[in-house]
Design a protein around this ligand. Structure first.
Ligand code: PLP
Length: 287
C-alpha cells in the first residue's frame, strides 16, 4: 500500500501528488515547515508546533492556508490513513506557484500558499539504539542566514554540515559563530556541568525548539538547575555531559565532541534522565 499524503486539500497516494515547477518552495526555498512526532498513534506537542508555524508564517508575511484546528485534523487523518504508531508528520507551506519565476512575492489573493503534509513511519522511534549509545559531533562554522528563529525550508547548509560530520566519522555537527555554539544541524545543543544544564539563550540566532521548551520546563519542574547562556566548544569538551533535543530525536546524549570523549564516553546521567522525563511527560499530553 502506498503512503497517503496531503496536498492542497486532497489526500492522495504519494505517486499521484503533484506540485508545480513554479512553486516558490522549489524555486526560492520560500517556505516554512514543521515536524511533529507521533508516539502510540498520538501527536506530541502539537500546540507548540502549530504556534511556531503561525509565527514563522507571520514573520515571512505568508498566508496561512489552514487554521490550527484544520491542521490538527489533517495530521490525525494522515496518521490514521497510514497506520502510524510511531513516526513523524512533516508539514510544509510555501508561498505558492505564481506561474513564473520572479523575486517579488506574488499577490496572495491570486497565488494561494501551497500546503503539503506526509508521514514517516518510524517503528520504535522512542527506543533508538543511537540514544542508548549516544552520538558524536564535530564543530563547524555557522554560516547560515540571521533569521534562524524562522523554521524555513532553506536546509542546504545544515545538510552540508551533516555531511561534514559523516565524512569525519561523526553523527552530527554543532555550529559555531563568534566562538560560541549556536545549535546542532537540526537540533538544539546543551552541555551539563556540575549537574547544571546549560543551553544557548533564545534569539534570532537559533531555532526556538519546541522540544527545548518542553525539556527545560520539565527539568525546572524536577528541580534541576538550568542556565540559558552561550558556551564555547572548549567549554563543551570539558563538560561532564552533552545532549541535543529535537522533535524527531527527543533528547539525544552526545558522547564525543571533535574527537574528545565526554566523561566516560557513554550517555550521561542527566541526559538519560531528561530523555526519560521528556518521553513520559510528553506521552501524557499527546493528542
Ligand atoms: N534547531 C534546528 C536548526 C532544527 O532544525 C531543529 C529541528 O528541526 C531544532 C533546533 C529542534 O527543534 P524542535 O525541538 O522544535 O524539533
Amino acid at each position: 500500500m502506498s503512503r497517503i499524503v496531503y496536498v492542497n486539500g486532497d489526500y492522495l497516494p504519494e505517486e499521484e501528488a503533484k506540485i508545480s515547477i513554479f512553486d516558490r518552495g522549489f524555486l526560492m526555498a520560500d517556505g516554512v515547515y514543521e515536524v511533529t512526532s507521533v508516539l502510540d498513534g498520538k501527536l506530541l506537542d502539537f500546540g507548540g508546533h502549530a504556534a511556531r508555524l503561525e509565527r514563522s508564517l507571520t514573520e515571512l508575511d505568508m498566508a496561512a492556508p489552514a487554521t490550527t484546528e484544520e491542521l490538527l485534523e489533517i495530521h490525525r487523518a494522515l496518521v490514521e490513513k497510514n497506520g502510524i504508531v510511531d513516526g513523524l508528520v512533516y508539514l510544509q507551506i510555501t508561498r505558492g506557484a505564481p506561474g513564473d519565476r520572479d523575486f517579488a512575492f506574488p499577490d496572495p489573493a491570486t497565488t494561494p500558499s501551497t500546503i503539503v503534509l506526509f508521514t514517516q513511519n518510524k517503528p520504535g522511534l522512542a527506543d533508538s539504539p543511537q540514544a542508548r549509545a549516544g552520538i558524536k559531533v564535530i564543530s563547524v562554522p555557522d554560516i547560515r542566514w540571521h533569521r534562524r528563529d524562522i523554521k524555513t525550508i532553506q536546509l542546504l547548509y545544515p545538510s552540508m554540515a551533516k555531511m561534514m560530520a559523516k565524512k569525519a566519522g561523526a553523527d552530527d555537527a554543532w555550529m559555531v559563530e563568534d566562538g560560541y555554539v549556536t545549535e546542532g544541524s537540526s537540533n538544539n545543543a546543551y552541555i551539563v556541568k556540575g549537574g547544571k544544564i546549560i543551553t544557548r539563550q533564545l534569539s534570532n540566532d537559533i531555532l526556538h525548539g519546541i522540544t527545548r521548551a518542553a525539556v527545560l520546563r520539565f527539568a525546572r519542574e524536577a528541580q534541576m538547575e538550568v542556565e540559558e547562556r552561550n558556551f564555547t566548544i572548549d567549554e563543551a569538551k570539558e563538560a561532564d555531559e552533552a545532549l541535543v533535543t529535537s522533535a524527531s530525536s527527543f533528547v539525544m546524549p552526545v558522547v564525543e565532541i571533535d574527537g574528545v570523549a565526554l566523561g566516560d564516553g557513554t550517555p550521561g546521567r542527566v541526559a538519560r534522565r531528561l530523555r526519560e522525563i521528556y518521553l513520559d511527560e510528553s506521552r501524557k499530553t499527546a493528542i
